[in-house]
Design a protein around this ligand. Structure first.
Ligand SMILES: C[S@@+](CC[C@H](N)C(=O)[O-])C[C@H]1O[C@@H](n2cnc3c(N)ncnc32)[C@H](O)[C@@H]1O
Length: 247
């Protein structure tokens, strides 16, 4: 198996990649952290000057992952409710087809308790396909694996099995479910916004090859720690690349 970790900006790295992939899992910036209290986090990776800039950014990386996907390959995009209508508009400007809308429901509400407003407990996961339908779909329906509402708790700092390393980390078991359903062993998975490396860890545990990109040096170090980077794990080859601004 190959784990290829790239430190750089996806908009610059993706056009240089040649490896064709079977599945893309993308958890991009949500452009929701504009409030003053979270501006410091937002500036690191969730900042855009306008909706137009966010739209342009999304179209650019979607077009690149479309090029890298094999025919019938799937692309899962985590997305916020705030920009749900924008996504429909964006997909029309790409060659992708929207195959299904999945809801990831997290029952563990950790903050913002209030009786005066609705409390967020879900994110969208849009399932896009290159072609008419996914070439791989390995769900066990008897185990409810392919229900369009997927219920998994958000990682928390006090979880032993799925400890939280990143503000917007996704549950490892949710990502493993997607990888199992939409790929076979030995297939390639791409994650252009790795964060704490959940997709790469899922691939490592499920014998899939993975190429992942992360812009933030701090998270690169977290990914390496989380994956026990470079440890002699049987047939796993770990490759790390830095892609500088001027590359
Ligand atoms: C929503 S988080 C991903 C969290 C991840 N799914 C996890 O489970 O940890 C988005 C990540 O994308 C990274 N990012 C933002 N813009 C990027 C870019 N242009 N290229 C590469 N990474 C980027 C951010 O640093 C952030 O870690």
């Amino acid at each position: 198996m190959k784990m290829v970790l790239i430190h750089g900006d996806s908009l610059k790295v993706l056009p240089k990649l040649e490896q064709k992939v079977d599945l893309v899992i993308a958890d991009p910036p949500y452009f929701v952290l504009e409030k003053a209290k979270v501006q410091e986090i937002a500036k690191k990776w969730d900042f855009f000057h306008s909706v137009d800039e966010y739209r342009e950014f999304t179209i650019r990386w979607l077009n690149e992952v479309y090029r890298l996907l094999k025919d019938g390959g799937s692309c899962l995009v985590f997305w916020s409710e705030k920009h749900m209508f924008l996504f429909g508009e964006i997909v029309k400007q790409t060659h992708f087809k929207l195959h299904k809308t999945i809801i990831w429901h997290y029952p563990n509400v950790l903050k913002g308790f209030s009786s005066k407003r609705w409390i967020n407990t879900f994110d969208f996961v849009f399932h896009l396909v290159k072609g008419n339908k996914p070439k791989v779909f390995n769900a066990k329906f008897t185990k409810d694996e392919n229900k369009d509402v997927q219920i998994f708790p958000k990682p928390q700092c006090n979880f032993v099995k799925d400890r939280k390393w990143h503000t917007t980390q996704k549950p490892l078991e949710l990502i493993k479910r997607f990888v199992k359903i939409l790929t076979n062993e030995g297939d390639w998975v791409l994650d252009p916004f790795l964060g704490s490396g959940t997709t790469m860890l899922a691939c490592l545990q499920l014998n899939r090859n993975c190429v992942g990109i992360e812009i933030n040096e701090e998270y690169i170090q977290i990914i390496k720690r989380r994956l026990n980077w470079g440890s002699s794990l049987g047939n796993v080859e770990f490759k790390f690349r830095e892609v500088e601004e001027h590359d």
